[in-house]
Design a protein around this ligand. Structure first.
Ligand code: 13P
Ligand code: ZN
Length: 284
């Protein structure tokens, strides 16, 4: 028995998570347990799932009596449900068996604890502080974004090992100038978070602040990226577009030349022609 039974929309969303998890592995961005995915599935909760938290459902299992605390309360998440990759679980396993390598959590009414409700007692990702503080912020802002993705894209991470690239908007401008899609599909660019301990609350706060500055995607120095979007496929697309630009930059350098890049005028033209029509709403 699975919580997905008789819930077509939830099943569709979990299948999309599995598809993206497979892409992350194929791209080489998901060594061992690297990366995590969290999606807000509150709208997909039907009455049979809600019963899980009232104790009336046959799904209810002993692990759902455990309550796990947050370090800081997240008031906008009260009563919400999320599917999360499990900590220490492999993306390549999430791709094949999503409900064995991830779990659904329910945020309790105090906004300060969560419980794991289905299908298996899988502890959610260690990067939950970053994911949930961002989801709390998205809900507060009335954003339609429901998915957050953290992954380790090789070329983008490599570029953060070069100090001059970490200056404000230097990396964004290089990446925008490599191929038109980057300017069009990541119009607000890549914000940089200086190195912080993985899974720390401080990393979550810095990620939130960087998204609040208006960036599309956040780069965690020497670690990985963090992207949000309406669904997990779109979040993946943003990282894919940015990493393609990084690959073009590095391919040029490995052929022995500094890539010319598009001109400011060409990028401005792209912003005017595509920026507003392709991403016509501020998603954050
Ligand atoms: P988890 O296995 O806890 O999701 O951690 C992976 C990771 O990439 C940490 O930054
Ligand atoms: Zn990571």
């Amino acid at each position: 028995m699975s919580i997905l039974d008789n819930n077509l929309e939830l099943t569709r969303q979990i299948e999309q998570v599995a598809e993206v998890a497979g892409y992350l592995w194929q791209k080489g961005w998901a060594e061992r347990n690297g990366g995590n995915i969290v999606i807000n599935i509150t709208n997909e909760i039907n009455s049979s799932i809600s019963d899980l938290t009232s104790g009336a459902s046959p799904f209810r299992s002993p692990f759902s009596v455990l309550r796990f605390p947050f370090s800081t309360p997240l008031p906008h998440l009260r009563g919400c449900y999320f599917f999360c990759k499990g900590t220490n679980r492999r993306m390549r396993d999430l791709a094949r068996w999503p409900m064995d390598n991830g779990s659904i959590i329910h945020i309790l009414d105090d906004g300060a604890h969560y419980e794991i409700i289905a299908d298996k007692p899988v502890m959610p990702t260690s990067e939950l502080p970053s994911h949930l503080s961002v989801h709390n912020y998205l809900i507060a802002k009335g954003s339609p974004c429901k998915a957050s993705l953290h992954t380790h894209p090789i070329e983008l991470v490599a570029m953060t090992h070069h100090r001059p690239f970490l200056e404000k908007d230097v990396l964004t401008k290089i990446l925008w100038s490599m191929i038109p899609e980057t300017r069009a599909f990541c119009p607000k660019g890549l914000g940089i978070v200086p190195y912080l301990l993985p899974s720390s609350v401080a990393l979550g706060e810095a990620t939130l602040n960087t998204l609040d500055e208006g960036y599309d995607v956040v780069m965690w120095e020497k670690h990985g990226v963090f992207a949000v979007d309406t669904d997990i496929m779109s979040a993946f697309d943003q990282v894919d577009v940015l990493n393609k630009a990084a690959q073009i930059y590095l391919s040029s350098r490995s052929m022995g030349f500094e890539p010319e890049g598009m001109t400011e005028a060409q990028m401005q033209e792209l912003a005017e022609t595509f920026g507003l029509s392709l991403k016509n709403t501020q998603i954050l």
